[in-house]
Design a protein around this ligand. Structure first.
Ligand code: MN
Length: 175
């Protein structure tokens, strides 16, 4: 992990497996650090969203949209819900310290999500929170109003094997 990196790629993949959730990923080092967000991101600062830290994914998976075959980890449909770049707001802090303190503050420059955000660690889990800025809105539920893929323009139920197909267990570089 390159701990001096303060910016990188960002992606959110809507994932309809056993449950629908949104996988929120930030490029740190040579991996995408990942949180599963059951309700998806909210641009309302009052609506904090549970974010469950999951296994880091390879950067090459960012572009995937399609179907993961039955029997594999994460079997189901994957849609590229948002993508762009991010940068940490506090440029002087070491990423290890930010993790230890359980507070990551960053700016997103995505197609859907923009402005200042925070991931905050609580007793059990992390929360994804929109910070108050000009991109915050209390009257829009963005996962309901913006359902389309930034890659194909499809919605999750329109995704088929023709969009992409994973038939072998991905090597995510796990231990
Ligand atoms: Mn997932």
């Amino acid at each position: 992990m390159t701990l001096s990196s303060k910016h990188g790629r960002y992606v959110v993949q809507q994932h309809k497996s056993k449950n629908t959730h949104w996988d929120f990923r930030l490029e740190i080092g040579n991996k995408m650090l990942s949180w599963a967000i059951p309700k998806g991101p909210s641009i309302n600062p009052r609506e904090t969203r549970l974010a469950v830290l999951t296994k880091p994914h390879d950067i090459s998976y960012n572009e995937f949209e399609g179907v993961i075959t039955k029997g594999l980890y994460g079997a189901g449909k994957v849609l590229q819900w948002d993508k762009g770049t991010y940068n940490f707001i506090d440029k002087d802090k070491d990423i290890r310290d930010m993790f230890r303190d359980g507070l990551l503050k960053f700016k997103l420059n995505g197609e859907k999500l923009k402005g200042d955000w925070a991931l905050v660690e609580t007793n059990q889990n992390w929360l994804l929170i929109k910070m108050n800025d000009k991109y915050a809105r209390k009257d829009i539920d963005i996962v309901k109003t913006k359902k389309k893929s930034v890659k194909s323009g499809k919605i999750i139920n329109e995704i088929t094997k023709d969009d992409g197909l994973i038939t072998k267990q991905m090597d995510l570089g796990w231990d």
